[in-house]
Ligand binder design. Structure first.
Ligand SMILES: Cc1cc2nc3c(=O)[nH]c(=O)nc-3n(C[C@H](O)[C@H](O)[C@H](O)COP(=O)(O)O)c2cc1C
Length: 303
């Protein structure tokens, strides 16, 4: 069997397959389906300083090979996470604590609380579904650099991943801004902003009107952006967006990702991630490749 272990910012993961933020809760429900300790890691739902109920319903809509969501950062708050969920999750797998704030101070405060506990902090500066904050930090390079710098200065032990929005002018410039602000890694992509309409009601399906588009349909966009980001920075890149099977995960790693995250696929098949992990093993074995690290950044462009 091929070696699937990877090391990112000095942290060793069993394999490069991580549950994407907001699609896996804190792992408890999926752990009823399978032992989640088989995963490389879990990125938590976005944590805020205070508990949040999120946006009004309906907040999920289906499209063709995509879904739209405007959950709006429903979460129990960072303190309740540390008290009730962290221990369970950290005994199972690497914990990527996804954090979101309205102000720079929010980001610094949450990072300070999670420092030394979580294996990684993942800054969600790109949430398209909350009115104040979130997205505002994730669009312009100067603000990406600033929120990264402030968050990094609150951290002594835990490496910082900055999660990038695809709803931007240049993913390469924004990845570089995160690196310049002190990010230890970047992850991408978050959801693309979209709308689904109910023509009988002449209204958008989602109460929030717009939502974040995710799932298989966004994969070509995500792959292109991961390639561009990976070739514009020298920190590790974690790729995601529409990954549903082992072959998808392998394509992202060939494009330069050192690990991948799987989100919406967990909704269509609760066992998607264990299947991806065993499928990667089979593919590597069939191709005589001993370690998954050997495929990273091996894509050769045409012409
Ligand atoms: C229901 C839902 C909730 C999400 N919540 C978060 C979140 O709290 N923080 C975050 O950084 N990303 C969040 N995301 C984005 C995902 O982590 C991921 O970036 C995106 O869905 C693309 O991957 P996928 O196509 O595999 O789902 C959410 C996605 C969905 C579908």
């Amino acid at each position: 069997m091929a070696d699937l272990s990877v090391e990112i910012c000095g942290v060793k993961l069993k394999n490069p397959v991580i549950a994407a933020s907001g699609t896996f809760g804190f792992g408890r429900e999926y752990n009823l389906l399978y032992d989640i300790s088989v995963l490389g890691g879990v990125s938590t739902k976005g944590l805020t300083p205070e508990p949040r109920l999120g946006n009004p319903v309906p907040r999920i809509a289906e499209g063709d090979s995509v879904i739209l969501n405007a959950v709006g950062l429903q979460n129990p708050g960072v303190d309740a996470f540390l008290e009730n969920d962290f221990k369970f999750l950290s005994k199972k797998t690497a914990v990527i604590a996804n954090v979101a704030g309205k102000t720079l101070d929010d980001y610094a405060e949450i990072c300070g609380k999670l420092d030394g506990y979580a294996d990684f902090i993942e800054l969600n500066i790109s949430c398209p579904n909350v009115k104040a904050g979130g997205m505002a930090f994730g669009i312009r390079p100067e603000s990406i650099k600033e929120v990264t710098r402030i968050s990094k200065s609150a951290l002594k032990y835990t490496p910082l991943i900055v999660k990038l929005s695809p709803n931007v002018e240049s993913i390469a410039v924004n990845a570089q801004a995160a690196q310049a602000g002190g990010a230890d890694a970047v992850s991408l992509i978050n959801t693309l902003t979209g709308m689904v309409v109910d023509i009988e009601k002449r209204r958008p399906v989602i109460a929030n009107n717009t939502g974040g588009v995710s799932g298989a349909g966004i994969r070509p966009i995500a792959l292109r952006m991961v390639y561009e980001a990976a070739h514009s920075v020298n920190i590790p890149v974690i790729g995601m967006g529409g990954i549903t099977c082992a072959e998808d995960a392998i394509a992202f790693m060939m494009a330069g990702a050192r690990a991948v995250q799987v989100g919406t696929a967990n909704f269509t098949d609760g066992n998607a991630m264990p299947k991806i992990i065993s499928g990667m093993n089979s593919w590597l074995d069939a191709h005589g490749i001993k370690s998954v690290n050997e495929i990273v950044d091996t894509l050769v462009l045409n012409g």
